[in-house]
Design a protein around this ligand. Structure first.
Ligand SMILES: Cc1cc2nc3c(=O)[nH]c(=O)nc-3n(C[C@H](O)[C@H](O)[C@H](O)COP(=O)(O)O)c2cc1C
Length: 145
């Protein structure tokens, strides 16, 4: 499958999750286009993707960071197959934890599973959660090997 994997990461936590997702997807021979969103980027949106995987950190009590919002605004139509992931911190309130993931998921009306990781993935459980997320998303999209 052709998969677009775009992420917003200020200090590297979401980048680490995205890189692990990319590794798992490539391991299953998917064609992955990965990039970090940024205001100056020229996004490769001229072709269609079978699946979109978007990840972001969370800012300002449960909100989606600006660069990811700007990227989403550049998508001409809401893609049908969008899986959301992100990192956050429970110390901002459990109701705001990884709020960007919930907001993006609602925006896209996505029925794919979501992934929320506390800060930098480092525990065995984090990597297991990332693996399960990727497998479940691929199974739903019909792309599991
Ligand atoms: C100004 C600011 C506001 C934040 N607000 C939240 C929040 O509402 N919810 C949350 O889960 N995390 C919040 N965080 C924590 C970050 O989302 C978290 O550290 C994340 O893992 C950073 O990801 P990154 O390293 O990819 O930038 C906030 C961090 C900053 C700096």
């Amino acid at each position: 499958m052709k998969i677009l994997l775009a992420y917003d990461s200020l200090s590297g936590n979401t980048k680490a999750v995205a890189e692990e997702i990319e590794r798992l997807l490539q391991e299953q021979d998917h064609e992955v286009t990965t990039f970090r969103v940024s205001p100056s980027a020229n996004y490769p949106l001229d072709k269609a993707y079978d699946l979109y995987m978007l990840g972001a950190w969370t800012v300002d009590y449960g909100r989606t960071p600006t660069d990811m919002k700007d990227f989403i605004a550049e998508l001409e139509m809401k893609p049908k197959h969008v899986a959301l992931f992100g990192t956050g911190e429970t110390q901002w309130g459990i109701e705001n934890f990884c709020g960007a993931v919930d907001r993006m998921s609602q925006y896209f009306k996505s029925d794919y599973p979501t992934l929320k990781i506390e800060q930098m993935p480092h525990r065995k459980e984090d990597y297991e959660a990332i693996y399960q997320f990727v497998q479940q998303v691929l199974e739903k999209r019909g792309g599991v090997k």
